[in-house]
Design a protein around this ligand. Structure first.
Ligand SMILES: NC(=O)c1ccc[n+]([C@@H]2O[C@H](COP(=O)([O-])OP(=O)(O)OC[C@H]3O[C@@H](n4cnc5c(N)ncnc54)[C@H](O)[C@@H]3O)[C@@H](O)[C@H]2O)c1
Length: 452
């Protein structure tokens, strides 16, 4: 019976006698695989990218937050390896799925990566396995989609296998919170599945929070990211409103945050980016729409946030105008193109759309980003219709002459390695979308800066 099966699985987890498989070794999967391996588990990563699998086997890391030394140590110790042979899933006891969950062109969930991974798991399934989905997805994916697919193997839930959802909450670049000290929410499609998955994560993270179903766990993740998208949307609207009223929005937020309760500070910016905040709320609103419910906050936040790159263009135009210059023909130097500070990820970065729009307006755009050596702009990065040209740019050095020659320096991402005092001294005009210059401004320097 189920309890007996799950308690046997739990005992094997405690004895570290299970083998863990991580399907998809990206920003989420590689750190997780390393965490399991460094906690004494024998871990195999399953990748469609032969290049990534080879890197792991060679003891190399391609994810900024994962130290190469750690991958090498675990690979040399025989605890961590990667393969493209999904037949080897049959040898794994706990399979954790961390594949991408993008949106399609019409902003609807694309769970095709999950489906492909599930098909490969089903082909290799045998009794005694736990399967956990970590990819962010809409409520119902685990029990409505995955469960019937896996049960079609002929194996039975609870008797032969366990199935759960546990959202990934890793925050790339966060120095304080990493896999180990972020509470793991776990919800199985059965109680025995929750027991098995809670035991697995309990072995590697400080705290596990059990919920009664996979759907609750799926929805909790979407609430977290919708909460961020909506609150960022609110402050982005306040920033535009304050700009119109001639009020410093940053000073307003810093004043409001002195209230010790009932207020949580969010800050405006050039737009939202990354693989999560711009995408995940659509998974929730799509599912709600199927059931006749329109999620208005999600739609509104998306509308406000997606207009921020255009607001930045307006600020650049306003700044150049002060100098009697047009965007067309101006030399613009963009600082930071990753979607947030001190990371190398440009997925959905507002910089793509800002640069795309500036290029289309005829500006001569260069960029500097110590984490992103090359940037490729496709025609769907905020470009005008008909801009089918793919633009490839290379990060330039932040020399005195590059700063001095720019008609406008646009701070899109406030990487910690840049000396903003120097930028202010050498540039003639700075558009600061992150308020990174505020502590450095003398009245003379302030005259050069346009802040969001
Ligand atoms: N990046 C984050 O900060 C973050 C945070 C929380 C949650 N998530 C969620 O985690 C999931 C993974 O995101 P990510 O950022 O790690 O994506 P990623 O693109 O960095 O990594 C996914 C990996 O899966 C591999 N892959 C694709 N299909 C595969 C398949 N069928 N079998 C095996 N490997 C396959 C890809 O080659 C890639 O290496 C997504 O659902 C995302 O929403 C991401």
């Amino acid at each position: 019976m189920s309890t007996e099966q799950s308690s046997e699985f739990v005992s094997r987890v405690e004895a570290r006698s299970i083998r863990v498989g991580v399907v998809g070794l990206g920003y989420v999967g590689l750190p997780l695989a390393v965490e399991f391996a460094s906690n004494g588990f024998d871990v195999t990563g399953f990748e469609v990218s032969a290049e990534k699998a080879a890197s792991v086997n060679a003891g190399e890391s391609y994810i900024q937050d994962v130290p190469a030394g750690e991958v090498r140590r675990l690979a040399d110790a025989g605890r961590l390896r990667a393969t493209t042979d999904f037949g080897e899933l049959a040898e794994i006891d706990a399979i954790v799925v961390c594949v991408p969950t993008p949106l399609n062109k019409t902003k609807e969930p694309d769970i095709s990566f999950i489906l492909t991974a599930a098909e490969r798991i089903r082909a290799a399934m045998r009794p005694g396995q736990l399967i956990v989905l970590e990819s962010t997805t809409y409520p119902g994916t685990t029990d409505e989609v995955l469960l019937p697919m896996l049960a079609a193997s002929g194996l039975e839930l609870d008797r032969d296998f366990f199935l759960a959802f546990s959202p990934e909450r890793v925050d790339p670049g966060n120095e304080h919170f990493q896999t180990r000290n972020i509470t793991k929410v776990v919800g199985g499609v059965s109680e025995a599945s929750t027991d098995a998955a809670a035991a697995l994560y309990g072995a590697v993270v400080e705290s596990v929070h059990r919920v009664t179903s996979a759907r609750v766990a799926e929805t909790a993740k979407l609430l977290e990211n919708t909460f961020r998208a909506v609150n960022i949307g609110l402050v982005n609207e306040i920033a535009q409103l304050c700009h119109q009223l001639g009020i410093d929005s940053w000073e307003v937020i810093n004043a409001a945050r002195t209230k010790p309760f009932g207020f949580m500070a969010f800050y405006p910016g050039p737009g939202i980016g990354g693989h999560c905040i711009p995408l995940d709320p659509h998974y929730l609103s799509w599912k709600a729409r199927l059931h006749g419910f329109e999620a208005k906050f999600i739609g509104l936040a998306e509308e406000v946030n997606s207009r921020m790159p255009q607001h930045v263009i307006n600020l650049v135009t306003e700044g150049l105008n002060r100098h009697r210059k047009a965007v067309n023909g101006s030399r613009l130097l963009v600082l930071g193109v990753a979607y947030k500070r001190d990371i190398d990820d440009v997925r959905e970065s507002p910089a793509l759309s800002i640069i795309g729009k500036l290029v289309d307006l005829g500006a001569d755009v260069t960029y500097h980003d110590p984490h992103v050596p090359v940037l490729r702009l496709e025609d769907d990065h905020g470009r005008s219709a008909g801009s089918s040209r793919v633009v490839t740019l290379e990060s330039v050095e932040l020399t005195d002459s590059a700063l001095g020659a720019a008609d406008c320096v646009v701070v899109v991402t406030d990487h910690g390695s840049v000396d903003y005092g120097r930028v202010l001294r050498l540039a003639g005009l700075v558009v600061d979308t992150r308020n990174i210059t505020s502590g450095l401004l003398t009245p003379e320097l302030a005259a050069k800066v346009v802040r969001l």
